[in-house]
Design a protein. Structure first.
Length: 266
């Protein structure tokens, strides 16, 4: 058996173990599914009326998808920190498996949870009036892009979880960066309305690019009268968002692997 085959086998075993373990922590599953639904209902009906009504509810969903998979990175951080705290990682270390298999198994299991989150969020979107006005191929490309971004965000969560010294720290660190990253973006409003420096940050934010690209693929235009930006990441949202996801995955995968090896060797 080649090294790649061993990695694939061991990663899938770890991923399956993580998914089975969710039966013992149903609260985390409920939180992952309820959180995007709450944001859909809150933004669609509390703020949506003043931002464009039905048009805004359709526009909103691209941002909700990007936000939901970004927030799921907190569960990756918490899951890894919990495994280290309970000594599970030490047990894995004693087994003849690659170090990467433990991390890849965690991110793959959380990617599965992100896929389930997308299904629930899509159903909620349909209930509030969201529709896909594009071809099946374009819709599939949109969902694949969201999952690619979800995979990248799970590696951010993995790095945070490994750097945290306790479950409590991982829980705080895994959440504290999510709000500025998701709200200083084009997920829910146009960056055109933001002050100069904040506008630039929002335009180049990978969350913005993912939300904008997904809206384009789903055929969900912005509400009438909502100002739009002509910045390069906005105009080229799809390639920029895909490139960001790949770069984020590569960087944080390396950081997580280095940190994991330091932990297991120290």
């Amino acid at each position: 058996m080649t090294a790649v085959q061993r990695l694939g086998r061991d990663s899938s075993i770890i991923a399956w173990r993580n998914l089975l373990n969710l039966r013992r922590t149903p609260g985390s599953v409920i939180a992952a599914l309820v959180q995007p639904v709450m944001f859909v209902l809150l933004l669609a009906y509390v703020f949506g009326g003043s931002l464009g009504g039905a048009e805004y509810r359709t526009f909103l969903m691209g941002g909700i998808f990007a936000q939901a998979v970004t927030f799921n990175s907190a569960f990756t951080a918490l899951g890894l920190a919990n495994d280290m705290d309970k000594g599970i990682v030490d047990r894995f270390r004693s087994l003849p498996m690659p170090a990467m298999a433990v991390l890849l198994g965690r991110t793959l299991s959380d990617l599965t949870m992100s896929a389930v989150t997308l299904v629930v969020t899509s159903l909620c979107g349909l209930l509030v009036g969201w529709r896909i006005s594009a071809s099946p191929a374009e819709a599939l490309a949109a969902y694949l892009l969201i999952l690619l971004f979800a995979f990248a965000m799970s590696w951010v969560g993995a790095a945070i979880g490994l750097m945290a010294r306790s479950v409590e720290v991982a829980q705080s660190a895994g959440l504290i960066w999510l709000f500025p990253v998701t709200f200083v973006s084009a997920a829910f409003v146009s960056p055109h309305t933001m002050p100069g420096p904040l506008r630039t940050v929002a335009e180049w934010n990978p969350v913005s690019a993912t939300a904008t690209a997904v809206r384009g693929l789903f055929g969900n235009p912005p509400p009438t009268g909502l100002p739009t930006s002509n910045a390069w990441p906005v105009v080229h949202a799809f390639p920029y968002s895909a490139a960001c996801a790949i770069v984020i995955t590569a960087v944080f995968m390396l950081l997580a692997l280095i940190r994991f090896r330091r932990i297991t060797l120290g």
